[in-house]
Design a protein around this ligand. Sequence first.
Ligand SMILES: Nc1ncnc2c1ncn2[C@@H]1O[C@H](COP(=O)(O)OP(=O)(O)OP(=O)(O)O)[C@@H](O)[C@H]1O
Ligand SMILES: [Mg+2]
Length: 352
Amino acid sequence: MNYEQSVREQTEKLQAAGHATILAIESSCDETAAAIVRDGREVVSSVISSQIPLHAMYGGVVPEIASRKHVESVDPVVDECLKKADMTLADVDAIAVTYGPGLVGALLIGVSAAKALAYAAGKPLIPVNHIEGHVSANYIAHKDLEPPFVCLVASGGHSHIVRVDDYGVYTLLGQTMDDAAGEAFDKAARVLGLPYPGGPLLDKLSREGNLHALKLPHVQTPGRYDYSFSGLKTALINTVHKLRQNGQDVPAADIAASFQHAAVELLSDKAVLAAKESGAKIVTLAGGVASNSGLRNTMNDKCQKAGIRLMMPPPVLCTDNAAMIGSAAFYRLMRGEIAGLDLNATPSLRLV
Ligand SMILES: Nc1ncnc2c1ncn2[C@@H]1O[C@H](COP(=O)(O)OP(=O)(O)OP(=O)(O)O)[C@@H](O)[C@H]1O
Ligand SMILES: [Mg+2]
């Protein structure tokens, strides 16, 4: 029996059984990660190798350097993940991989590794959208979570409000018109002299500052649930430059706190409005910015007031990891969505 026939049969058996243990690989940006996830909800093992120190000296991710590092890391990360789970390739039912969106060179390393493993082990290959992975981190954190719900995806490259109608069925309610939330946090942090990626450091610094110290613009967008962060970012950059030009002190903590407050108000106002107006009973958070302390607290308060249940993954499942890819992959596998060995990276893959 050839590979295609064999994996089709295996997939049908797994669908009928409703169970699968999946080895997932993530390499879309600057983390090489592997995880083994059972039935979309239980993380058996997870390994994340971050490249942050490598890119910090350039102030951002250098795609070519990221690709080279993924080449070095992917095999050891997969080996470590299997070892931690006390498993071999023969013990997993399928191989999953992020095939977009992300950096093309970085994605290709994960896709090539996953294809090689799937073929060598004769297992089905499951293609996963990275943003669907971020949303699915919530299934791991909250075993009782089922669609429908609304999810605010705030990551390094995306700011979406999506309605999850069913597993794998998404309706885009709103999105950013310009910068992503994480990108805005990183750029604001950079102006304050914080190293890449500045989001988490700005979050930390803002705890020591006065969030009303700086008056930042309340951004208007044509779409009711759409975001815009570039005006906020420019206002902050101009403020800092003016202070420096006038030889005045830059109160970094106050500026960080004011920026975070403005960004969090914007993110949370629209997400809660979208949830209320679409009749959602549950709101979830996803993506790296979902680990922001201000966003988590504010969403908690606003959802409580609106009578909406808020669920969010722990910070380690908000930033890039492969466990979330393994979770999304399970539901894809159950729908029979497997890829052929001609799977390619799709850098600008959309969720909807
Ligand atoms: N506590 C925090 N506060 C604000 N931003 C944060 C925090 N922690 C992480 N971030 C931001 O989250 C982003 C990283 O998130 P993530 O890993 O989801 O992004 P990405 O994978 O680069 O982008 P995408 O998922 O859109 O492809 C960075 O911009 C980082 O600064
Ligand atoms: Mg991400």
